[in-house]
Design a protein around this ligand. Structure first.
Ligand SMILES: [Cu+2]
Ligand SMILES: [Zn+2]
Length: 173
């Protein structure tokens, strides 16, 4: 009996290990000729605490830029094909890490601050989002958008202007 229980435990652990192994490396590229120098990489990884997001950006105009997950799967048409903010909960716009799923879109990651040298970084873990897990908060197949302006958290989408860089979130495995 005890041996059987250990076997079940091992099976559960190995199964959850598979779930948390998912990673996506997303290339972020400028959406227009004026922004073609923008380069960046986002790495998304499912962890037990939530979705780990690390981003490195280069050649972006200095200042704060809205940074969201959008619902569509395409970066075409200067990023417009990415559609609206990822919002499976039909919530108002906000900051997910502060306002939660009932008062922010699931794609509302806030702003990225870009320094005078044109680079910026994000390193965060977002509780409740998943790359490849089950349920409504799965972000695989959607897009990451970097905006022209700062997200001021006003309605309906934060007044962040155009979409200067975009990347498709695709599972690599
Ligand atoms: Cu956006
Ligand atoms: Zn939003």
């Amino acid at each position: 009996m005890k041996k059987e229980m250990l076997w079940v435990l091992a099976l559960v652990l190995s199964t959850s290990g598979t779930v948390f192994a998912a990673t996506a490396t997303v290339a972020l590229k400028g959406t227009s000729p004026a922004m073609e120098k923008i380069a960046g990489q986002a790495v998304l990884t499912d962890t037990a605490e939530g979705l780990k997001v690390t981003v490195d950006l280069q050649n972006v105009p200095p200042g704060k830029h809205g940074f969201h997950i959008h619902e569509g799967d395409s970066c075409a048409d200067e990023g417009k094909a990415a559609g609206g903010h990822f919002n499976p909960d039909k919530a108002p716009h906000g900051l997910l890490s502060k306002d939660g799923f009932s008062h922010a879109h699931a794609g509302d990651l806030g702003n990225v601050e870009i320094g005078a040298d044109g680079t910026g970084k994000v390193d965060t873990v977002i509780s409740g989002l998943t790359l490849a897990g089950e349920g409504a908060h799965r972000v695989a197949g959607r897009t990451i958008i970097l905006h022209e302006k700062e997200d001021d958290f006003g309605q309906p989408t934060g007044n962040a202007g155009g979409r200067i860089a975009c990347g498709q979130i695709q599972l690599t495995e």
